[in-house]
Design a protein around this ligand. Structure first.
Ligand SMILES: [Zn+2]
Length: 150
């Protein structure tokens, strides 16, 4: 039988030392697993929280809303359901605002640690030229293609 090396070593260590080492090890492990917010937040939870807060903030980013004005025209559909309609930059069809999403031409990328923060913000809060209006259908297609490319 091939005994794992760690078990072989543990057999030669007194139980009390073993226990103390385990407690230290578990303490370190917990600190690594939840390094944020007084040991209550994992790194993924923390950066997910920052990410969603920044995304929420970007709804009010001026260049994004100014960009939208450049791809709209008065609504031409039947009835008066909407005042404006917007052109998708992939299929070039016109859609009401609710069916349009403002996409970043360049993906904002990952936000996994503090090193990603600068680049993420730069891309999220880009200038007018960095945005494109996409209908929901084209946006999903584009996102899926990007995922497959990795
Ligand atoms: Zn489209």
């Amino acid at each position: 039988m091939n005994e794992p090396i760690l078990l072989k070593i543990l057999k030669h260590i007194p139980k009390a030392v073993h226990k103390a080492a385990m407690i230290t090890f578990m303490g370190d492990l917990m600190a690594n697993l939840k390094p944020f917010c007084g040991g209550t937040q994992t790194s993924a939870a923390f950066f997910g929280w920052i990410r969603s807060a920044l995304r929420r903030l970007s709804v009010r980013w001026k260049p994004k809303n100014e960009y939208l004005l450049t791809v709209r025209r008065p609504y031409t559909g039947a009835g008066k359901r909407s005042k404006w309609e917007y052109q998708c930059q992939i299929c070039f069809k016109w859609h009401i605002r609710a069916h349009i999403e403002v996409d970043h031409k360049e993906r904002c990328g990952k936000l996994k640690d503090f090193n990603d923060l600068g680049d993420f913000c730069k891309k999220l809060f880009c200038e007018k030229e960095g945005f494109q209006a996409l209908c929901k259908e084209c946006h999903i297609k584009k996102t899926n293609e990007e995922k497959h490319r990795g």
